[in-house]
Every structure is written in structure tokens, then in C-alpha cells.
Design a protein. Sequence first.
Length: 284
Amino acid sequence: AAYTIAAPQPLLCSVCQWARLAMDAFSQLILLIAVVSFCTFQWLFHSVSPWVSSRVSLGFLTLSHKQQIEWNSRTVSTLHAIIVGLFCLYILLFDEAVNQDPVWGDPTLVKINVGITTGYLISDLLLIFYYWRAIGDKFFVIHHLAALYAYYYVLGQGMLPYFANFRLLAEFSTPCVNQRWFFEVLGYPKCSRPNIANGVLMAVVFFMVRIAVMPVYYSRMYSVYGTEAFYHVSFGGRSAWIFSSFCLDIMNIMWMHKIARGCYKVLHSSRQLKAQTQENGKVD
């Protein structure tokens, strides 16, 4: 007589149920992280930034109401960029699962980081619409919506963690961009050493993390195109991935062009001022 060994169905069902519960619990955790992130950045904007800024920089108190709104917005933006950028770099260097399988690698850490960013983006969108006259910018709205559209698939289905994380490298350029505005609104001359140093650093960092990385990003995208893992991504996920990538990079190229022109003008003006100083033998 032949004997067949049946799988322990009750045990198998229990394991599947436990795994499902664990996944549900993790999804709830990511949702909680996004909500806490949203509330935290709102608190930083409305309470922490005005209180700290008024004590750290006396120039903050002399700004107009609109300028103070933008100051607080940029302060929060800088803090978010530092937190998320460092987390992103850690994942890129040490998360082997994501680097080995860029489409379906274990997205745990990436989801946490994207959850923080999602809370920030929604918070910033709310502030942009509420204070439109002060900080309204249609390009930022497009940027935020394109990013949120792509992050929906990362958080909801755990797909494309490598590419979602790679995109967050761009946050490293944000502090320099914001610092340029701080110098400008505080009245620092464009040819002052702090302004020139920050401007050059801004152009270099912006180019490195948003423009120079494009070949790496799109070559990795091309390497997975047409693979089995690629076709397991839903049509909506693929559309969000490709559309948001092109949309964000078009804006990055436009911004890089403006930054490069501004940096060139400042350096050129600085050279002219230096030449005049040497010729006159004095500084005005």
C-alpha cells in the first residue's frame, strides 16, 4: 500500500495567518510613521522654527510675514533633507537586499524612509496651498504630486525599493539651496565669501546628486527592463515609476540650468569686483 504524507494543514494555515498579520501590522506601522511625520513637520513649522529662529538669528524678527513663512518652510525642508538623506545613504551602502534586487528586494527600511518623506510632502503641500501667496509654486506642487504618486506603489505594494531610495539622494542638495535663500533674505551681498562658498557648493552638490547620477539610475532601470521581476510590477506601478522619473528629472535639469547661470554670474561679478579693488587699491 502506498502512503502519502499530507502537509500539516492547520500549522500551514497558522503560519500564513501569522505572516498576514505581521504584514498588516507593518503596514499600519508605516501609516503611523507617515502620520507622525506629518504632525511633526507641522509642529516644527508652526512652533519650533519660529521660536528657535528668533533666538538664533536676530534678522528673522525684521522679516515680513511672508518671508517668515518661507523661512519656517525652508527650515523644516532642511531638517527633513538631512534626516532622509542620511537614511537614504545608509540604505544605498548597506542594504544588500535592496541593492541585489532593485525591483522586489526587502523594502522594510525603504518603506520607513519613504513613510517619513510622504508625511513631509503632504505637510508641505498643505502649507503651500494654505500660504500660496507666500510660498506657492506650481513646480513644487508638480514635484510633490509626482513623488507621492510613485511612493504610493512603494508603500502599498513594496515594489521598486532601490529606485525609490535612489531618488531620495536628491535631498542632499536641499540644505544648500535653502541656505542661499537665507543669505539673500538676511541681506548678505551676493559677492560675500559665505554666499559664494555656499553657491559653489550648491551647484556642485546639486549636479552630483541630481544630474550626474542620472546615467547610474537609468542604466539600472534599463538592466531590469524586460525581466521577469519587471513584468511582475503592475502597469500602474511601471507608469508611476517611469513617468515620475522623467518628470522629476526634467525639472532637475531646468533647476540645474538656473543654478549654473546664477553661480556663473556671482563668480563673474566677484572677479570683476576683485579686479576693481586691486586697481583702485581699496574696497568700497
